[in-house]
Structures are given as C-alpha cells and as structure tokens.
Design a protein around this ligand. Sequence first.
Ligand code: HPA
Length: 273
Amino acid sequence: MDLTAIKEASKYIKEQLNGTPEIGLILGSGLGVLADKIENPVTLPYKNLPHFPESTVSGHKGQLVAGVLEGKQVIAMQGRFHYYEGYSMQQVTFPVRVMKELGIDSLIVTNAAGGINKAYDPGDLMIITDHINNMGDNPLLGPNNDQLGERFPDMSQVYEQVYINHAANCAEKLGMSVQKGVYVGNTGPTYETPAEINMLRTFGGDAVGMSTVPEVIVAAHAGLRVLGISCISNMAAGILDQPLTHDEVIETTEKVREDFLRFVKEIIRTLPN
Ligand code: HPA
C-alpha cells in the first residue's frame, strides 16, 4: 500500500474540511441516505480526489461527505468500491486508509446482505459480531508497510465488543429488535447457489454479502475500532421459493431506511469513547 498516495489524498481532503473527523462511515447499497443527514456537509466526489479509483458503476453515488452528524464529526463514503467491479483489494480499501490518515478512530461499516440464518426476516438489521473472509483474497497480501500496521494482525476481536453492546442497547432504547450474527464476505457478482448457502450456514454464517470484509481487514490492520451493521435485504438463495433480484435488495433497504437511520444516528449520538 502506497503511503505517498494515502498522504496526498488525505492532504487534499484535509484542506477542504472544516474539522477533524472522528468517525468514518461506509454506507452500503440503499443506505447512502444517512450522508444526506450530515450538517454543514463538505461533499467531495471520488473522481476529484487524488489516487481514488475511478467509479465504474452508474447509479451509485461516489463521494465523501464530511460534517457533523448527531454532534459528532464524521466522514461518510456515500457509495463504496466493490471487488466484483474489478477493483483490486488495495483499491477497495484505499478510502479506509485515507480516513484513518484524516484522523478517524472508529469506523461504522454498513451493507445490504442476504439472510442465511433461517430465523431472520428480510428487513431485519443485524449487528455484525464477526466475519468470514470467503473472498479468496486479502488486502494485506504483499509486502507489509509497518507504518500502517503489523504484518500479522490479530483478528480475534475485530468488531469491538463495546460497540456491539452499545448498538444492542441503542436498539433496545429505540424499541427495535435487531439480530446479532456473523457476516460472510463473498466476491459476487453472482448471488450464491442454495448449496453454497447451506455450506455457509454450516460454516457458521448468518448473513452473506459482497463487501465489508476487505474494508474491515484494513481497519483492523490500521487499529480502528469497528462496528458493522447489515441490513438483511432478502433471504439468501434456496430459503424461500423465489429467485433473488437486485430490485428486491434495493426495495427492502428502502423499506427499512427509517429504522436504519434512527438506529445509526442513535449509535453515533451516544457512541462511547
Ligand atoms: N447474497 C450476496 N450478497 C447480497 C445478498 C445475497 O443474498 N443480498 C444482498 N447482498
């Protein structure tokens, strides 16, 4: 990972910002609306940022939005880079390095995911307790830069327990019932086969998606405190007798948008130190 590129991108962004961000947010499919709630926003399209990958998909907003949310200085990725788009793991995770360099200590990662756990329902929110990297790649492969993190990062408590408990308390306070579970990261872009979903359930997965794992590995390497939230947008393949569509994923995330916003705003408002 190129330290010069990280520093150049972060220097450019810093010059545009009004404060130092404490919390980074990665907003998944259909969940980007949270960035619209940021006060006094500074909006920086990825295409204007040095060393940021060029966006390939239309429709996805691709920008950083920085400002104040619930009294906290935040910087949000409205739209992320996915491995299935053809970006390298280093490109997918570059913004995490930059947000760390900008000063964040905490990263809240969100995504839309298919429910593997049969007790889940579409529209559920899930606090991620752990993940399984099923992508067959790792953003830390290659020479290690000791200035960015250690060669063999510990992954035994990546999703910080204090944050998991905090999120669960916020849900209770808001009268929302949320799930807790293990997120499996697959490359996509295909959805899984029913046989794959049965395998992933046996492996201990509760939800499956095509993002998050690379960013969280880099966040762990960088020493960031991580909270992950999945929006269960559909039941994974083979559970219900119906095909999976991207339209269903978007439709469900739109339906739970208000709950998602209330939940994450409360988490940020009262985030413990
Ligand atoms: N599988 C993989 N990724 C997903 C799914 C799914 O069922 N739903 C949303 N993202």
